[in-house]
Design a protein. Structure first.
Ligand code: ADP
Length: 256
């Protein structure tokens, strides 16, 4: 009886420790898989512009000078792909630092309306040059504790997208107000919108609803992942309301 009992006890202990180690390993394996997928996607995204640049340079080098009719086009394309690479590497660096919690934040109190006006000034000019209407509806005075650089980056990501996904005569705007003792910041546009079934994925790394259009406009598919991280470090939340017929609203809420 003692031998049987001890064998059962040993078998149970082995099974329990196996199950426990499997359960403990699951989050490690998941994080490892996510990391591997991130590296794979990043490599793919980096390789695309590099291939274009390499092809263009090789053509320029191997074709006799007198036969190159579109030299300017080759150089212009290489330059725009180089800009993409610069943006991509800087976005990748931001996200890698965000993952390792390496980034330091310095939070200071800002007057939200004047901060937004300052960030929006160049966008108003861009909108005008693209024949779009840019509006501001800012409640004053609202004070908010933010890391200025990161908060600036957050607005830039949302405004860049709003302008990117709108056409002539469309409108883009920023609204702030207080709701349930929280500070609300909305970036609204009357552009192409997002299909309902795609909304849950827009914050995923490298996700683009329309890859070709995003590439054309210099998108990396990383902007909203960075925006989501910046919102999180400011203890905020984000909701997205979008309709391909009406446009998109990014509604951000921050503690006062
Ligand atoms: P991208 O560099 O492609 O703009 P983002 O991470 O900033 O990457 O956005 C992810 C995707 O979300 C975009 O490719 C686009 O499909 C969608 N999106 C983001 N903002 C808007 C917007 N204001 N209007 C329509 N679609 C948007």
């Amino acid at each position: 009886i003692i031998i049987i009992c001890s064998s059962i006890f040993i078998m149970l202990s082995i099974t329990a420790s196996y199950l426990l180690s499997k359960k403990m390993m699951e989050p490690i394996m998941e994080s490892w898989n996510n990391q591997a997928m991130f590296v794979e996607n990043a490599s793919h995204e980096l390789r695309t512009p590099l291939t274009v640049i390499q092809n263009k340079l090789e053509q320029l080098l191997t074709t006799p000078q007198e036969k190159i009719s579109n030299k300017f086009e080759h150089i212009a394309l290489s330059l725009s792909e180089t800009r993409r690479l610069t943006k991509l590497t800087s976005d990748l660096l931001t996200l890698t630092r965000a993952d390792s919690a390496e980034t330091q934040f310095t939070k200071t109190s800002i007057e939200l309306d004047s901060f937004i006006q300052e960030v929006c000034a160049p966008y108003m000019e861009i909108a005008e040059s693209q024949d779009k209407h840019f509006w501001l509806n800012l409640e004053a005075p609202i004070q908010l504790e933010v890391d200025k650089d990161r908060f600036h980056q957050l607005l830039v990501i949302l405004l860049d997208n709003a302008l990117k996904y709108t056409s002539e005569k469309d409108s883009v705007g920023v609204k702030t107000y207080i709701e349930d003792h929280k500070v609300v910041l909305e970036v609204r546009d009357s552009g192409s919108g997002i299909e309902k079934e795609n909304i849950p994925y827009i914050f995923d790394r490298f996700y683009r609803e329309d890859k070709a259009r995003s590439r054309e406009t210099g998108g990396t598919g990383l902007g909203l992942s960075i925006a989501q991280w910046i919102i999180r470090i400011h203890n905020g939340t984000v909701k997205v309301y979008s309709d391909p017929k009406k446009g998109t609203v990014f509604k951000l809420k921050f503690p006062k």
